[in-house]
Design a protein around this ligand. Structure first.
Ligand code: NAD
Length: 361
């Protein structure tokens, strides 16, 4: 069985995440996947323009290249991973494909759909596999929501809210600069909008977006996007970087129940109706009024349930990539699906600029 050698261009935080996953099977919080790294693949070398990252690579036993050109001309390398700031994805991906390498590119694949189209054309012309690392399709909290929808655990779903909140602003590096493809739509929107596209069948009719500039003038440091699907379902995607109190990661409303997931950890619950006929409640009296509508249901008409457990293994991303190279599988993250997401992000920017909803599909 062939062993594949991968080289990383841009061995920063995420480039090193790939090295640890592939070579060591590193998981989360210092834990390791059972069975270790990815069997038929190893990170052989890297190139980074930062000398400190070149030293780091040496410490980790990688072959250190003096330039991207040198890396791309090494015939021992089968696969190139591009994990540089976003604006460099397109030039490096195209160069690597033209050098006859298979390519994995970090998200966002490109700064826009036109750039992405050129990258796809380059992979067709080279006859090499090109994949985009939309790794959050393997997040267990997301897969749990997907399962709740697929199994119709809450009846007909009418609203899904997906939020990622932090309070540390945008990291003070390239992510804060438009020329490097900074901003939170391209950084986190690319994940949570992609998840929306993956979990709901149907077309998005309308996109309504507002961007925030609380700590950054040059790029969006957060956003709220409302997607209206053709069946009426509304998906709200929100990213905030000045949120000192975080709202739940997921909040899902169906005709027959609600679900909530607190954080990526997957802690949360489902509350489902058991008896529609008993709708009575004791009104709540507040200091200045009375409400029966907002009074809680009585306990015998609802049931609290645990969330379904879904296990995933991100190593499948690379196992699939190798299987595609060998002609045994199709890409799990299809380029068409990534293109749809690129176009959705463009609609987000269009709507934010217009200050009004825009049509999408
Ligand atoms: P980073 O700043 O930690 O790393 C980027 C590296 O690229 C740095 O070491 C930098 O020196 C290097 N670099 C810059 N210009 C270069 C050039 N011309 N040639 C070679 N190297 C160059 O950033 P990061 O957080 O690792 O992000 C890198 C990429 O990974 C981005 O596209 C980002 O969106 C993506 N990312 C993905 C995830 C995910 O979960 N999929 C998470 C974080 C980052």
């Amino acid at each position: 069985m062939k062993q594949y050698n991968l080289a990383v261009i841009g061995l920063g935080g995420m480039g090193n995440w790939h090295r640890e996953l592939i070579n060591e099977g590193a998981w989360f919080g210092g834990k390791k996947f059972e069975g270790g790294g990815i069997k038929r693949l190893r990170v052989y070398g890297s190139f980074d323009i930062d000398p400190a990252r070149q030293d780091f690579a040496r410490e980790k036993g990688l072959h250190v290249y003096n330039s991207a050109k040198e890396l791309l001309s090494d015939t021992r390398i089968d696969i190139v991973l591009v994990a540089t700031p976003n604006d460099l994805h397109k030039p490096y991906v195209i160069k690597a494909l033209e050098a006859g390498k298979h390519v994995v590119c970090e998200k966002p694949a490109a700064l826009g759909s036109a750039e992405f189209e050129k990258m796809i054309s380059a992979s067709r012309a080279a006859g090499k596999v090109f994949a985009v690392h939309q790794n959050r399709r393997w997040d267990e909290d997301y897969l749990c929501v997907k399962k709740i929808i697929e199994k119709k655990m809450l009846g007909v779903i009418h609203r899904i809210e997906s939020r990622v909140h932090g309070s540390r602003g945008i990291p003070g590096d390239w992510r804060a600069l438009p020329e490097h493809g900074g901003g939170m739509v391209l950084d986190w929107g690319v994940h949570i909008l992609d998840q929306a596209l993956q979990m709901i069948d149907g077309k998005i009719k309308k996109v309504y977006a507002t961007l925030t500039n609380v700590t950054n003038e040059l790029v969006d440091d957060g956003f709220t996007v409302e997607l209206t699907y053709d069946n009426g379902l509304v998906f709200l995607a929100e990213v905030g970087t000045s949120n000192f109190i975080s709202l739940p990661r997921w909040y899902i409303l169906g005709r027959d129940g609600s679900a909530m997931i607190e954080r990526f950890s997957g802690k949360g619950k489902i509350v489902r109706i058991t008896d529609y006929s008993k709708n009575d409640a004791v009104p709540i009296r507040t200091a200045a009024g009375l409400t029966k509508t907002m009074a809680p249901r009585t306990n015998e008409t609802i049931k609290e349930e645990a969330l379904p457990v879904v296990k995933s293994d991100i190593r499948d991303f690379y196992k699939n990539f190798i299987a595609v190279i060998e002609g045994r599988e199709e890409l799990k993250v299809s380029l068409d699906s990534v293109m749809r997401n690129m176009k959705l992000m463009e609609a987000v920017f269009r709507s934010a600029k217009k200050g009004a909803p825009v049509n999408f599909e």
